[in-house]
Ligand binder design. Sequence first.
Ligand code: NAD
Length: 351
Amino acid sequence: MAKLRVAMAGCGLIARQHLEGYRRSGRAVVEALIDTKEENSAQFAKEVGGSPKIFNNLTKALEWGEFDAVDIMTPHDLHFDHALACMKANKHILLEKPMATNHRECEKLLTAGQDHVTQNKKVFMIGENAQYWPEVVKVKEIIDSGRIGDVYFAKASYWETKLSSPFMKDVDGSTHWGCDPSRVGGGILMNGSCHWLRPLRMWLGEVGEVVGTVSESAYEGMPAGYETQAQALLRFKNGKTACFHGMYASHALSDTPFFQVYGSKGEITIGGGFKGGVTVYDREHVNGESQGPALGYVESFPPEIEAFVSAVLDNKPLDADAMYCSGEPRIAWAIYRSLESKRFEKVVWDS
Ligand SMILES: NC(=O)c1ccc[n+]([C@@H]2O[C@H](COP(=O)([O-])OP(=O)(O)OC[C@H]3O[C@@H](n4cnc5c(N)ncnc54)[C@H](O)[C@@H]3O)[C@@H](O)[C@H]2O)c1
């Protein structure tokens, strides 16, 4: 296969980041665009260039079928059906997070995904860009080097304000799917929080149990009762702990670091705001030593897309398989259970 022929399903916000990834890869060509809103696919077609075929639903695109892979970037409640349809049509799949909005569909999709990989010999990758976030990868390297000693605790602070976030402009008004918990599968915990939970798992290990609370922050445009703030304590299977705080806001916010990782010999931070930057604090650098240029969150997308292209074209194993990627929604579901029980809840890995 010379170039990967891709159909992009869902021509919204995140499609722009994926497109940049395909461009930088240079080993993919966008053959089809799929969006129920024709104005969205028409506008995106101008940005894509060339002459991709445009479809207003996935079924019609799969009937045409002149592509190898589908990049699914539709609202969360459609992920399950869209992924199953692409499996049935024997296509390689990149599915944006979260893989499903509930436990039952997640388990079914994992089973179908396993068959897709082993029997159809096709790639089933879940899009979790934090796996490739340059600052997150850098922190992992520093931890593995032993520079901050034994890591015992971390704080993850996910915050987005409409005043500066590139991702929140579009989530406004009760008509957007992102404002509807039944379409999202919850609130902030089932949305951007996963990108802060993944790094914790990469650095500290697998999460065993969690307890949390959710509430409403000051965020204009969300319906009353929508969970725009969440906090949780995470206890890892190896005994380490972390705390997570996630918040959407419309007002100004300080530059709270996105991550603070504490070890027996020092601390590592990732700067807040999507600009990034890693700093190490240790005995020799009590005021901190910057670890090279800040690359930032959006630079996570090109390597994520390259990982997908390479999985198909070069047979390169995935950095995180679908089962591993179900970890973030499983953590969110355990936090939701803890709201009822008011105690630590185990992260459930089997049905
Ligand atoms: N990794 C990240 O940082 C990140 C950031 C934002 C969004 N996302 C994820 O990307 C996905 C899409 O989010 P978004 O922000 O781009 O949403 P969006 O609303 O901007 O775009 C979604 C697009 O899907 C289209 N659509 C709706 N129903 C459809 C259907 N049945 N068939 C085809 N197209 C349909 C909509 O018209 C819209 O153009 C979600 O899974 C979201 O969680 C990830």
